[in-house]
Every structure is written in C-alpha cells, then in structure tokens.
Design a protein. Structure first.
Length: 238
C-alpha cells in the first residue's frame, strides 16, 4: 500500500506537481526527495508505468483533436462531388483514404481495400484523397491519376500506379501518353490535387496512408497507417 501511494505521488511529481513540493519546509522536502529517490532506485517500473500512461493520454488527446478536425471538415472529406471513389455509391459507411503512390504501405493498403470491397459490395464507399507527401514524382503521379477522373479513367490509372513497383518519371509519362491525358485534363487534375492538399493541411495529415471512416451514426474513426485485412474489417464494421 505504501508503494502504491508513493507511485501515485511520484507520477504527480513527474508530470507537474513539483510546485507542491516547493511549498514544503526544508526538512520535509529532504524527506520527500529521499523517499522519491528510494522509490526510483528500487521500483523503476513505477516511472516506466507513469511514462507509458502519460504517453497514452497524449496519444488519445491528439487523436480526439484529429477527430474534431475531421468532424469540422466532414463534407469536404466524405461528400465532395469531385472525389473519385469505389464501392457502393449509396454506402452509409464512407472511408476517405489519403494516399501517396510512392508509399509502400499505401500499396499494401490498396490490396486490403480491394479485398474488402470485393467481399462487401454493398454498404461501403471508399473515397480517394491522393496527396504528394514524398516529393515531385508523387505529385506528378497524383496529377496523372486525378487527370482521369473527368473521363472515367481514375480507377484504371489508380490501379496501374498502385500495383506497379517503383514508380519512375518514364513510367508516369507512359501512363499519361497511353491514356491520352491532355494538358487540359492535367490542369483539372492539378486543381483537384490542390484541394486535397488544402484539406490535408487543415486536418494535419503528415503521412500516408490515413483512413477516415464515417459511420452511419455520425461518428468518425481514424486509422493512422497500414493495417491488415482483419483489423481494417473490424475497424470499419464495429
């Protein structure tokens, strides 16, 4: 019991309660410091547990903030008429994915999403938010896929870029040429890309993949990073 009480006090000391100690007399302060030192030396797991709890609270707080930002930008995330999508157009559960064509985890996530849509053809819609977080080549690849939206070729271009290995400038140019992507189409693609980047900045998205899931009950869940099929399926359906 004494160690339990000391661990609580110590956690408070580590995270901001030192002002209370400063109000004690010199002798009392020395006693507390001596006890604290003894606890740290003989029970390091208390410090580790306190740090872990603190990190978890910080992570939960950051996630809550991201959810609030998503709710404030809900229409742009899930209901923009300009966004390319797959799945059920009337799906009540909508997944908005931020992705980069040079991101290896995005390519792996592509396989998970395709498998999910194949197994769940009704009730789910996936909206794609292509962004360039990995440089100029990512930007050109994004413009290429977004250029196909107006002519109904996004899915084809998206699949080619996702299922390829390492993307090169020559590869991007060949895809554009083979699909007759005109300069006008590329300009439209670049405008859509600018909207995605603006939304990315507002939401604080810094890496890919990130998936925002809008549930039928109005709540939003965020998956920050790659997950396997079972974890994705559970997150979407819970």
């Amino acid at each position: 019991m004494r160690i339990g009480l000391l661990s609580i006090s110590l956690a408070g000391l580590v995270f901001g309660a030192e002002n209370s100690i400063n109000q004690l007399g010199t002798e009392q302060k020395q006693q507390v410091e001596s006890i604290t030192k003894d606890v740290i030396l003989n029970n390091p797991e208390i410090i580790i547990k306190s740090l872990q709890d603190y990190d978890q609270k910080r992570a939960e707080s950051a996630l809550d903030k991201r959810v609030q930002l998503a709710l404030a930008n809900k229409d742009q995330l899930f209901a923009s008429a300009d966004d390319p999508f797959e799945g059920d157009i009337n799906g009540k559960t909508i997944i908005a994915e931020f992705l980069d064509y040079q991101c290896g985890y995005c390519k792996r996530m592509h396989g998970v999403i395709q498998s999910f849509l194949n197994k769940n053809p009704k009730g789910y819609k996936v909206v794609y938010k292509v962004i360039p977080v990995l440089g100029e080549r990512s930007k050109q690849a994004a413009i290429t896929s977004m250029s196909g939206v107006k002519i109904g070729k996004f899915k084809e271009l998206h699949t080619q870029l996702m299922e390829s290995g390492r993307i090169t400038d020559e590869h991007i140019a060949k895809i554009a040429k083979d699909n007759e992507l005109t300069e006008d189409l590329k300009r439209m693609g670049e405008l859509q890309l600018a909207k995605n980047i603006n939304l990315m900045d507002r939401l604080g998205v810094e890496s890919t993949p990130v998936m925002y899931i809008s549930k039928p009950n109005g709540t939003i869940k965020i998956i920050p990073g790659y997950v396997d099929y079972d974890d994705f399926d559970a997150a979407v359906k819970e």
